[in-house]
Design a binder for this molecule. Structure first.
Ligand SMILES: C[S@@+](CC[C@H](N)C(=O)[O-])C[C@H]1O[C@@H](n2cnc3c(N)ncnc32)[C@H](O)[C@@H]1O
Length: 215
């Protein structure tokens, strides 16, 4: 196992402190969730997956953005996070989110269901990033996009220890190995990279070759 990868099965010792950190309103200053959603043009009726959703910092914002006819899959292997999210959904009357208890190496999403799959501050937990991205990409509809937002591999005022982080270049290398190509990048977050890869489309065979083959 490489350094910075799958450093443990994520099981925070102080779960309440983890939830406070994830949902801290002060996070908005550097995480800029509204600007992230605007940059992604998250539309009403869209189907979105939030992989590594935790207690739902992005999940609830996504649920609002896609509206009552859209849907959000909130994926996490930590039952306590999903339970906390479930309580928040109930309290707020949100009915367009499905919490999904995943396995470390598999998001357990339905195939071809999503317009957008987000992986935010979670990538360093995957034991095999390329394999996980390939599975995550399998949940995309044709034309769907994957989103990687994670801490740059340098000291920043917030974020996990630098040795646990996965650099942008490594994320993109894994994405290429998983059959994805970078289609957009948004460089406005102060501590994180924000990249948007999507499955490479297979080149159509030239029409002339197809015509010859048909003879
Ligand atoms: C730092 S938290 C980020 C939570 C959320 N994305 C956010 O930005 O508020 C990382 C989350 O990834 C989840 N996680 C850990 N290993 C995972 C895996 N193999 N697949 C999916 N999620 C995982 C953890 O349980 C945790 O909720």
């Amino acid at each position: 196992m490489r350094r910075g990868r799958g450093h443990d099965r994520f099981r925070p010792k102080d779960f309440e402190a983890f939830v406070r950190r994830m949902l801290d309103p002060g996070r908005d200053r550097w995480q800029q969730p509204a600007r992230v959603l605007r940059a992604l043009r998250v539309r009403p009726n869209a189907v979105v997956a939030d992989i590594g959703a935790g207690p739902g910092y992005f999940t609830l914002r996504l649920a609002r953005a896609v509206g009552p006819r859209g849907h959000v899959y909130a994926v996490d292997p930590e039952p306590r996070s999903l339970e906390r999210l479930r309580r928040r959904l109930e309290r707020l009357g949100v009915r367009n989110v499905t919490p999904v208890l995943s396995r470390g190496d598999d998001p357990h999403l339905p195939a071809g269901a999503c317009d957008l799959v987000l992986i935010i501050d979670t990538y360093h937990h995957f034991p095999d990033g390329a394999a996980f991205l390939r599975r995550a990409a399998g949940a995309l509809k044709p034309g769907g996009r994957l989103v990687g937002i994670d801490f740059q591999k340098r000291e920043t005022p917030v974020g996990p220890p630098v040795e646990h982080r996965v650099a942008r270049e490594e994320f993109l290398r894994d994405a290429r190995r998983a059959g994805l190509a970078l289609v957009a990048e948004h460089p406005f977050l102060p501590y994180q990279y924000f990249v948007v890869p999507r499955p490479r489309t297979r080149r159509r065979r030239p029409l002339v070759a197809a015509t010859r083959a048909a003879r």
